[in-house]
Ligand binder design. Structure first.
Ligand code: DGI
Ligand code: FE
Ligand code: FE
Length: 191
């Protein structure tokens, strides 16, 4: 199963016969999430950890128009609010895309994909390790704050979630980007 999934992800991230760096990021997230599952003895089904990680950014390379259409068709309530946060779209869209194109029907996996960018209050262990691994994986996340968060993640997952949100919000504020409600709610919960 693992090999076939990786081939699908690879295909999705190949543009003009070249493999996009997003693929290596995805491999890093798979490795990190499996490591955290083992390290913290979360006893999550490794197949679920693998699938959620492998598909977390599956919609990242879709064009904005397709993403908006998928959002409007599947998330009536959120679609309007989400308009101003294009960076968040691919996570919500990814959950739909994984379900419709790749027959992922497990709600726990779909929610880990859906909330991997913003997190959400009271995350499941699967949601948490995908959210954290997305920020700290070893293949492409090389900045100091990412390495610090990686150290934290081995000690305490909730502390890592908190640090990642604080750093992400600081980064967004510095770049004059608005913060999505869910991102704020998640930090409020983990603070
Ligand atoms: O898809 P990745 O690059 O692997 O990582 P991601 O899904 O965490 O997306 C990261 C981007 O999303 C990053 O540029 C920060 C942005 N982001 C996260 N939360 C918010 C946000 N952007 C806005 N405007 N508001 C948010 O609340
Ligand atoms: Fe993402
Ligand atoms: Fe990612």
């Amino acid at each position: 199963m693992y090999k076939e999934i990786l081939e699908k992800v690879q295909k999705e991230f190949t543009i003009n016969q070249k493999l996009h760096p997003r693929y290596y990021h995805t491999i890093g997230v798979i490795e990190m999430a499996l490591t955290l599952n083992y390290h913290h003895q979360l006893n999550l089904d490794p197949a679920k950890v693998f699938l959620a990680s492998a598909f977390h950014d599956i919609a990242k390379l879709l064009d904005k128009e397709s993403m908006l259409t998928i959002l409007q068709q599947n998330f009536l309530e959120e679609a309007n609010e989400l308009k101003d946060y294009p960076a968040v779209w691919h996570s919500f869209v990814g959950a739909v895309y994984a379900k419709e194109k790749y027959q992922i029907n497990d709600e726990e996996i779909l929610n880990a994909i859906k909330y991997h960018t913003t997190g959400r209050p009271n995350m499941t262990d699967l949601e948490k390790i995908v959210f954290i691994s997305d920020y700290i994986e070893k293949n492409t996340r090389t900045e100091a704050s990412m390495i610090e968060a990686r150290k934290l993640a081995y000690n305490n997952l909730d502390e890592a979630v908190k640090k990642i949100l604080i750093d992400t919000i600081a980064y967004l504020e510095k770049n004059e980007k608005s913060i999505y409600r869910l991102t704020k709610d998640t930090l409020e919960f983990y603070k």
